[in-house]
Ligand binder design. Structure first.
Ligand SMILES: Nc1ncnc2c1ncn2[C@@H]1O[C@H](COP(=O)(O)OP(=O)(O)OP(=O)(O)O)[C@@H](O)[C@H]1O
Ligand SMILES: [Mg+2]
Length: 511
């Protein structure tokens, strides 16, 4: 039985036809995948369905009846729940308040704190999450925030649930919990739409699939059981896609590390962290959500306090003050996982975003012109064009505001910015979250090339295949400590077993 249908939807933006006659059908008791490369139109379709965008053509049908949603509030009341790709938690509120925002429990006209706590705890419990409902959302990690968003969408108990890359920033362990809930919803006769660039997940939980390419559907409601992974990728890409194989690099084991940590402790709870990254080496940092990987990167960059031990850059003990200091004084680049708040200036053009880290260099190259405050447009345009091309950033023009790019394309801008900066040490946190298959290969090649050119790279990723493609060694963290190290033998099975064994070894506290 068809619960919901979007029929022949068109949506135009200045310079792009984001959706071109797209039809999507959601059946009761089934999970439907919506796939396509970055910028294909997936999020736009979801925003049209929830009433955030007004379509320029086509119609929406719920239970066979035509509906028009003037706002997300109206679609929510009609039983359509959503987890948007961008995080939407409200900063001044607690976890519990955010989860129940759409229907805050009240008693005698006042917000009922006790019930907020107990109901929020119930939804968090559905996902096996151990997060205090009274915690302010500003204290959550990126992954926790994503899980809270999911709990929030579940709490509406909608008949149709739209999930736009809900697993982008969480590890497979957390994703499994979500999938158990999705399974329950499905058995309950509800309908779930699932957007993800992680195709293993898609094949694991989805029944049917719609594939978009450049705003048009190239496959409508196909059965996933009839398709292979390669076929799906070819449909998205529009031609036969070859899997990427990168040659092995050799790292001089006796080279002096560019970055070295000894016995480092931090205000966020790390103890005794030892870590070395040599020139030409990619060191992977793996662990479950909450293991303290991103927090370690932040402490290194002066964003959190280091309370013990030593950080050395090129052999010198250093204390980095902030991200700017890291870049200017030590040539360390930092690609944060928190793209929306820290990675890109959403209100600025794509061109400005990419050029921002290279202004100093550009100014020097142009000679010491006194009081030169702006980089000539031509120089900026040349750099930007280069990266737009290399990374295949999908833009209407370099002047397009970064905030109007698709999620994956924003990601590319944030990486391009650091590539353009010519650093010697690069700390990269979850570089390919929300990146489509083809671009992922381009990213991997770029990162590999940087290492081959002698950069020292610390790579934080929850994507195990990515870790195995890129890292020379994988350092495993748990509970803010290094638990061990695995040399990469490029065999997925042995590597994943070894890494997972380290994560679970002598486990003391639950995640
Ligand atoms: N508010 C907007 N203003 C202008 N253009 C927009 C806006 N929102 C989306 N677009 C454009 O519409 C196209 C489709 O974007 P959309 O966000 O739907 O892609 P997506 O399939 O969700 O990609 P991703 O996998 O990167 O999330 C892109 O070219 C994007 O730049
Ligand atoms: Mg999207």
């Amino acid at each position: 039985m068809t619960l919901f249908e979007a029929e022949q939807i068109d949506k135009l933006f200045p310079g792009v036809r984001a959706l071109d006659g797209v039809t999507l059908r959601l059946e009761a008791g089934s999970v439907h995948a919506l796939l396509g490369e970055n910028g294909a139109g997936k999020s736009t379709l979801i925003k049209v369905i929830t009433g955030l965008y007004k379509p320029d053509g086509g119609r929406l049908l719920l239970d066979g009846q035509e509906v028009q949603f003037g706002s997300p509030h109206e679609s929510a009341s009609a039983g359509i729940g959503v987890v948007h790709q961008e995080r939407n938690l409200i900063p001044g509120f607690t976890v519990g308040e955010n989860i129940l925002l759409q229907k805050l429990p009240t008693s005698r006209g006042l917000v009922d704190r006790g019930r907020i706590r107990s109901e929020a705890a119930r939804w968090l419990g559905e996902l096996d999450l151990d997060i205090d409902p009274d915690k302010p959302v500003t204290e959550l990690s990126v992954a926790q925030a994503q899980l809270v968003e999911i709990a929030k969408a579940l709490s509406v108990e909608s008949r149709v649930l739209l999930l736009d890359e809900p697993t982008a920033s969480i590890t497979p362990n957390e994703a499994e919990r979500l999938f158990r809930v999705v399974d329950k919803l499905k058995n309950d006769g509800r309908s779930v739409l699932f957007v993800s660039h992680k195709l293993e997940e898609v094949f694991q939980i989805c029944d049917t699939v719609t594939v978009l390419r450049d705003g048009a559907s190239v496959l409508e409601s196909g059965a996933l059981s009839d398709l292979t992974r390669d076929q799906v990728v070819d449909l998205m890409v529009g031609r036969v896609h070859e899997a990427l194989t990168l040659p092995r690099r050799t790292v001089a084991a006796d080279a002096e590390p560019l970055l070295e940590l000894t016995g480092v402790g931090t205000a966020t709870g790390h103890t005794d962290v030892d870590l070395k990254v040599r020139p030409g080496e990619i060191v992977g940092l793996y662990g479950l959500v909450g293991a303290g990987r991103s927090e370690l990167a932040k402490a290194l960059l002066g964003l959190d306090r280091i309370t013990a031990g030593e950080v050395r850059v090129r052999g010198q003990v250093v204390r980095i003050k902030n991200v700017r200091d890291a870049l200017k004084t030590y040539k360390i680049g930092y690609v944060t996982e928190n793209r929306k708040e820290e990675g890109v200036f959403l209100e600025q053009s794509v061109a400005r975003n990419i050029a921002v880290t290279v202004w100093d260099r550009l100014r020097k190259a142009l000679g010491h012109v006194p009081f030169l405050r702006y980089v000539p447009k031509k120089a900026e345009t040349a750099i930007v064009a280069d990266y737009v091309e290399q990374l295949g950033i999908r833009i209407a023009s370099p002047e397009q505001l970064a905030g109007t790019l698709s999620g994956g394309n924003q990601q590319k801008v944030s990486l391009a910015k650091w590539l353009a900066a010519k650093t010697e040490i690069l700390i990269i946190d979850e570089p390919t979250v929300g990146i489509d298959v083809r671009t992922k290969d381009a990213f991997h090649t770029l990162i590999w090339d940087l290492a081959a050119n002698g950069l020292a790279i610390l790579l934080i990723t929850s994507d195990l295949p990515e870790m195995i493609t890129l890292a020379d060694r994988v350092v495993v963290m748990r509970d803010h400590r290094v638990r061990g190290e695995v040399a990469n033998d490029h065999d997925y099975d042995t590597m994943s077993q070894q890494v997972i064994r380290l994560i679970h070894a002598e486990r003391t506290t639950a995640a």
